[in-house]
Design a protein around this ligand. Structure first.
Ligand code: FE2
Ligand code: FE2
Length: 248
């Protein structure tokens, strides 16, 4: 069953992950994103992570961003025909990928992976799955990330797709920096996955009165490059469409 919802302008197709939350796997537990969402440690760390980045003037990196990346990452793999469990691991890695900002922005991917290493085995996840999730989290940054598994590739694409006005935390438009401007200008952001044609397209509607399309490229070119690499890992072509025009 697929659930369609809208979150902050993003159209998100979710999945009833809680259905399998109590399935046993020997002495282990099949950990789902529903378990992670209700885990008090993750809740608190995400709040702390977002607070740190808010002080630094960054866009939103809390529960909203975590949920979006989780849902989009899951959907990418589901649409491409990967197993349900592989898609679920992308949902878990997507939810936790930025939690390491609770420690520091620098090296936050490493911090997030270490937090996952502590939390997931405690919840009963087996070490092979923990390894997959850690690798995906640790490689999500465009500066040093390598799409080295399908879960990693999905998390990378989902993370770089979250460009939307609801991410802007700065309340004063006069103080907007280029990141605030580009995000605020984005009225719609959607990852369209065509499993048959093997195309992953990021569709953005940008209000060019607020930000020029060139500004988007100025700050997001490296994100598009790693998204393309990630799509290629999944055997797909990556496309970027802004205001209905396919730019690459
Ligand atoms: Fe990040
Ligand atoms: Fe992120």
């Amino acid at each position: 069953m697929i659930l369609k919802t809208e979150q902050n302008g993003h159209i998100v197709e979710g999945h009833p992950a809680t259905e399998e939350a109590e399935t046993d796997q020997g002495h282990q537990h099949i950990v789902t994103v529903a378990d992670i969402r209700k885990e008090p440690q993750i809740e608190a760390f995400l709040r702390g992570a977002n607070q740190q980045l808010k002080v630094l003037g960054y866009t939103e990196h809390g529960q909203r961003h975590a949920s979006l990346v989780s849902n989009i990452g899951h959907n990418i793999l589901e649409r491409l025909g990967y197993s349900k469990r592989t898609a679920d691991l992308a949902a878990i890695a997507g939810y936790m990928h930025d939690v390491g900002n609770v420690i520091h922005r620098d090296g936050h991917a490493l911090g997030s992976a270490i937090i996952a290493m502590q939390v997931l085995p405690r919840l009963g996840m087996n070490y092979d799955e923990v390894a997959t999730v850690m690798g995906a989290i640790g490689n999500h940054e465009e500066e040093r990330g390598v799409p080295s598994s399908e879960v990693t590739a999905a998390v990378i694409i989902a993370d770089k797709a979250d460009v939307h006005r609801s991410r802007v935390q700065n309340p004063d438009p006069d103080q907007f920096d280029i990141h605030d401007r580009v995000n605020f200008a984005s009225r719609r952001s959607f990852v369209r996955v065509d499993g048959d044609k093997r195309v992953i397209a990021l569709e953005l509607d940008i209000d060019t009165d607020i930000s020029r399309v060139m500004e988007y490229f100025e700050i997001f070119m490296s994100r598009m490059v790693i998204s393309r690499r990630a799509a290629r890992y999944l055997g797909c072509k990556f496309e970027l469409c802004i205001n209905g025009d396919r730019l690459f």
